[in-house]
Design a protein around this ligand. Structure first.
Ligand code: PBG
Length: 325
């Protein structure tokens, strides 16, 4: 394959040739829209670092979910922001907790939409950590039962899939058992399997009011320097019963998505997180790059790396863009 016998430019001459040899596609089928649910009525609090995203009360989240569904987006991921927080995250598994109420409303009012729930404690604990704290240490095993209770309460409210994002060891097995023992053997688990301790979550923590009050998440989320460890984490979750495994964040971790795709035969999700979204929006606002083009390039890059589905705050914009082509 040497010049001048081979000329790669031959098949780049026009858009039809380019379409014919395109190796990766992005479809609306690949997109999952994250949503933030708060108590109250008619609430629509803009999230400053995430333009176009809001903390929404249940009435408004129903409208937003319908709009996503009407654009062809197959699924949403629900995050809850409760009124009350305490040391044991009691509101995370309350029957009338914010996620539980939201899920019931969505399942009741929006047809043909998969409702996934984020299972974690950080939005519900007064200290902001993803697990139970004893003497300023996050207690893994004491957290498992609460996570399982939370996941079960989401399933009981009607969640189509639960997604643990806490990064405690052993939580997928614990959640799988709790679901199975209570008749939810058909409810799949999307595990945040390789979740890094990332500064790219900053806007999300504003949105979800979930920043830790002391210390950081380095004792449970992964070190950004590691990739073999991601394979161990993912393998563990597969063996514990995960149905979909996730890599998070996405753009700075395309190598991890690629490795996980090669090693694991389950569907792979990537979370294009809040900071990735905020950077593009900020640069677009400054006129420093074309946000729409960078969005589409980013999403196709995540697909090319091997993700089957992408959780992204761009879901609605990308769906509109895809529909217009
Ligand atoms: C909860 C959770 C976080 C995100 C998803 N689930 C934040 C964190 O770990 O602090 C981040 C999502 C994003 O940045 O878009 N544990």
């Amino acid at each position: 394959m040497l010049f001048p016998d081979y000329r790669p430019r031959r098949l780049r001459q026009n858009e039809n040739f380019r379409r014919m040899i395109r190796e990766t596609r992005l479809s609306v089928d690949d997109l999952i829209l994250p949503l933030f649910s708060v108590e109250g009525k008619r609430i629509r609090n803009p999230i400053p670092s995430m333009p176009g995203h809001y903390q929404l009360s249940v009435d408004n989240i129903v409208k937003e979910a319908r709009a996503a569904r009407d654009l062809g987006i197959p699924a949403v991921m629900v995050f809850g922001i409760p009124d009350k927080k305490d040391a044991m995250a009691t509101s995370a598994h309350a029957k009338d907790g914010i996620v539980q109420k939201t899920v019931r409303a969505l399942k009741d009012k929006v047809k043909d939409l998969v409702v996934i729930t984020d299972v974690c404690l950080c939005e519900y604990t007064d200290h902001g950590h993803c697990g139970v704290v004893q003497d300023r240490v996050i207690d893994n095993d004491a957290t498992l039962e609460l996570l399982a209770k939370t996941a079960l309460s989401h399933a009981q409210a009607g969640a189509d899939m639960v997604a643990p994002s806490d990064m405690m060891d052993g939580r997928v097995a614990e959640i799988r058992d709790a679901l199975d023992e209570n008749g939810f053997e058909s409810t799949p688990i999307m595990s945040y399997a390789a979740k890094y301790c990332s500064a790219f979550y900053y806007p999300f923590r504003q949105a979800a009011e979930s920043a830790p009050k002391f210390g950081d998440r380095r004792t449970y989320q992964m070190d950004p320097a590691n990739s073999l460890e991601a394979i161990r984490e993912v393998t563990m979750d597969v063996e514990e019963g995960a149905d979909i495994i996730m890599v998070k964040p996405a753009l700075p971790y395309l190598d991890i998505i690629c490795r996980v795709r090669e090693e694991i035969d389950l569907p792979v999700a990537a979370y294009n997180v809040s900071g990735e979204f905020a950077m593009i929006k900020a640069a677009d606002k400054l006129g420093w790059l074309d946000g729409r083009q960078v969005m589409m390039e980013s999403l196709i890059a995540i697909r090319r790396a091997g993700a089957d589905m992408i959780l992204t705050y761009f879901a609605k914009e990308a769906a509109r863009e895809l529909a217009s082509r």
